[in-house]
Ligand binder design. Structure first.
Ligand code: PEP
Ligand code: MG
Length: 544
C-alpha cells in the first residue's frame, strides 16, 4: 500500500478506481518494423476508434455543456479525416519503416508547428488540437483509454490541476473524488468539489502519470490522505465513516424548507454559488434560497469564440425558470487572470491578477459585454434576475457599466422586447472598492463581498499559490476591517450586503461575518444546510 498526502479542500471519503487525467506522455522512441502494411492497418483501426470516441464525446458534451461548447469534438473528428494528416503518417511508416505510434507523434509535431506559424489566429489555436488528436490516436494504438473516455464509469480523478475548460468536459456524475498535484483551496477543483459534493484533495505529492491509471485507491479527504491498493484494516474505518456521512446527510435534509434565522431572530439569506446552468440542480437539491453568484464566465472558457446571445439567453433563462421567483444574481463575465478565453484575454501580462480582468475587460470589449447584458435582460422576464459587476475599483467603472446597461435596455425597448425589473449590484473584492463603499453604495442596489479576491489583494497573497497558503488568512484584521466598513456603508445607504467568497461557507468564519453585519451568504450548494444548522445556534447580538 502506498500513501500520499495533500491538502483537503472538501471533506469526504471515496473508494474506487483511479483515472489519471492529463498525464505527461512518455517520449515515444522510434522502433523499426519489417511489416509496414501491418503498422498502417493498426493506424487505420486506431483512427476509426478515435473517431467513434469523438462522436460519443460530442453527444455527451451537447447534453452537458451545450452544442457550441461541444463543437470542439466535431473539429477534432474533422482533423482526423484530413487526408494530408493521414498520408503523412503513412508516408513516415513506409519511408522510415517505423512503428505507427512514432509516425503519428512525428506527424502531430510537424503539423502542430505548421499551424503555429500561420497568420490566422484561429489556425494558430488549432496547433494544440493537432497535438490532442495525435495523443488520442497514440492512446488507441497502445490500447490505453484516452482521458475523455475514462469517465464512463465512476472514478477518482488524479490530475496535475483542473483548468476551467477541463472542468466543463468532465461528466460530473462519474466523479468519486478529485486528487490534484497542484491547486489551492481556491482553485477551480476546490470550487467545483464544493458545488458537486465531491471529496477533494489538492497540492498533493501523488505522481500524475499513467502508472496509477486503473489502480484501486481510497481517498480520505478529511485528513488529506490517498491510499493506493488499501488493505482491509484501513478500509473498514473508512467505510464506517462513509456510512456516517450518509446518515449526517439525511439528518441535514430535515432542514430543507426551513427558514435561515439566527438564535436571536435575524433572518439571513442563504443562497448558492453556481458555475453553469447545470449546477442549478445542486442548488435546488440543497434548498438554496436563490443563486447569489452565477459565475457566468464559465460559459466563455474552453471555446474559440464568445457564446452567442441566444446560447447565453437559454442558459440564464433555464436558471431563472428553475429557481422560480427566487433571486438569481448573474455576475457579468469575470474573465482574465486564471480564467482565460484566448479570443479575449491576454497572454503577455506580467501580473494577470492585476491586469485586464473582470469589468476592465468588459469595458474594453463593449460589444461582447452588451451581448451578455442583452441576454440577461431578455432572460429576466422568466424569473427574478439581478446583475452584478466584478472587480470594481472606482465610481467611474460603475457609472460606465450602468450606462451601457441602460443603453441595452433602451435598445430592447425600441425593439419592443420585454425585460423585467433587474437590480444592479457590485462585487466588493478589491480594497479600493471597500474603501470607497460609501460612494458605491449610492450607485447600486446591493453589495456582494468577494472575500477570495479581497483577501488576495489586501494581503498581497496570490490565492492560487499553495506555497504561501499559510499567509492567505481571511480572518486577517485588515480583511475584517474592510468587510466591517463595507457593511456599515451598505446599511447607511439602505442596501443589503452579502458575501459570495469561500469565507461565507466557512463554518467558523460565519459567526464573525454575521457579527460584522452581513445580511446574505452565497456559498457552495453543499454548505447551505450545514450553515443553516449553525446559524440557528448563533446569537448576532449576544446579551450582557
Ligand atoms: C471572490 O473573489 O470572492 C469571488 C467570489 O469571485 P471569484 O472566486 O470567482 O474570483
Ligand atoms: Mg473574485
Amino acid at each position: 500500500m502506498e500513501i500520499y498526502n495533500g491538502k483537503s479542500v472538501y471533506g469526504g471519503i471515496a473508494i474506487g478506481k483511479i483515472a489519471v487525467i492529463g498525464a505527461k506522455e512518455e517520449v515515444i522512441v522510434p522502433v523499426s518494423v519489417a511489416n509496414t502494411a501491418y503498422e498502417k492497418e493498426r493506424f487505420k483501426k486506431a483512427l476509426l476508434k478515435s473517431k467513434e470516441q469523438l462522436t460519443e464525446l460530442y453527444s455527451t458534451a451537447v447534453e452537458t455543456v451545450g452544442k457550441e461548447s461541444a463543437e470542439i469534438f466535431e473539429i477534432h473528428k474533422m482533423m482526423l479525416e484530413d487526408t494530408d494528416y493521414i498520408e503523412n503518417v503513412e508516408k513516415i511508416i513506409d519511408e522510415e519503416k517505423i512503428m505507427a505510434e512514432y509516425a503519428v507523434s512525428k506527424t502531430g509535431q510537424e503539423f502542430s508547428e505548421r499551424f503555429l506559424k500561420m497568420d490566422s489566429e484561429y489556425m494558430r489555436e488549432r496547433s494544440a488540437d493537432v497535438t490532442d488528436i495525435s495523443q488520442r490516436v497514440i492512446s488507441n494504438l497502445k490500447g490505453k483509454i484516452p482521458d475523455g473516455q475514462k469517465l464512463c464509469e465512476k472514478v477518482i480523478i488524479v490530475a496535475e490541476d483542473l483548468t476551467p475548460s477541463e472542468t466543463i468536459s468532465l461528466d460530473r456524475k462519474n466523479i468519486l473524488a478529485f486528487v490534484t498535484a497542484g491547486g489551492s483551496t481556491l482553485s477551480h477543483t476546490a470550487i467545483l468539489a464544493g458545488i458537486m459534493n465531491i471529496p477533494a484533495i489538492v497540492a498533493s505529492n501523488i505522481p500524475v502519470d499513467n502508472s496509477l491509471d486503473g489502480s484501486i485507491a481510497a481517498v480520505d479527504a478529511y485528513s488529506g490522505k490517498i491510499y493506493i491498493n488499501p488493505d482491509n484494516a484501513l478500509l473498514t474505518p473508512l467505510r464506517k465513516r462513509l456510512d456516517e456521512d450518509k446518515k449526517r446527510y439525511l439528518e441535514l435534509s430535515k432542514l430543507r424548507g426551513m427558514e435561515t434565522k439566527t438564535k436571536d431572530g435575524k433572518k439571513i439569506s442563504l443562497l448558492a454559488n453556481i458555475s453553469s446552468s447545470k449546477d442549478v440542480s445542486y442548488a435546488l437539491e440543497n434548498d438554496a434560497e436563490g443563486i447569489g453568484l452565477f459565475r457566468s464566465e464559465f460559459l466563455y472558457v474552453g471555446r474559440t469564440k464568445p457564446p452567442s446571445e441566444e446560447e447565453q439567453f437559454e442558459a440564464y433563462k433555464e436558471v431563472a425558470q428553475k429557481m422560480q421567483s427566487k433571486t438569481v444574481i448573474i455576475r457579468t463575465f469575470d474573465l482574465g487572470a486564471d480564467k482565460r478565453a484566448d479570443y479575449l484575454t491576454f497572454e503577455d501580462e506580467e501580473n494577470p491578477a492585476l491586469g485586464v480582468r473582470g469589468i476592465r475587460l468588459s469595458l474594453e470589449n463593449e460589444e461582447i459585454f452588451k451581448t451578455q447584458l442583452r441576454a440577461i435582460y431578455r432572460a429576466s422576464v422568466y424569473g427574478n434576475i439581478s446583475i452584478m459587476y466584478p472587480m470594481i475599483i472606482s465610481e467611474e467603472e460603475v457609472k460606465r457599466a450602468k450606462l451601457i446597461s441602460e443603453q441595452v435596455r433602451n435598445e430592447l425597448k425600441e425593439k419592443n422586447i420585454l425585460f423585467g425589473n433587474v437590480e444592479e449590484g457590485v462585487m466588493i473584492e478589491t480594497p479600493a472598492a471597500a474603501l470607497i463603499s460609501d460612494k458605491l453604495a449610492r450607485m447600486v442596489d446591493f453589495f456582494s463581498i468577494g472575500t477570495n479576491d479581497l483577501t488576495q489583494y489586501t494581503l498581497a497573497v496570490d490565492r492560487q499559490n499553495s506555497r504561501i497558503g499559510n499567509l492567505y488568512d481571511v480572518m486577517h484584521l485588515s480583511v475584517l476591517n474592510l468587510i466591517k466598513m463595507t457593511c456599515e456603508n451598505a446599511h447607511k445607504n439602505s442596501i443589503w450586503v452579502g458575501v459570495c467568497g469561500e469565507m461565507g461557507g466557512d463554518i467558523d468564519a460565519c459567526k464573525t461575518l454575521l457579527s460584522l453585519g452581513i445580511d446574505e451568504l452565497s456559498v457552495s450548494p453543499t454548505k447551505i444546510l450545514p450553515l443553516r444548522e449553525i446559524i440557528s445556534k448563533i446569537e448576532v447580538f449576544p446579551k450582557g
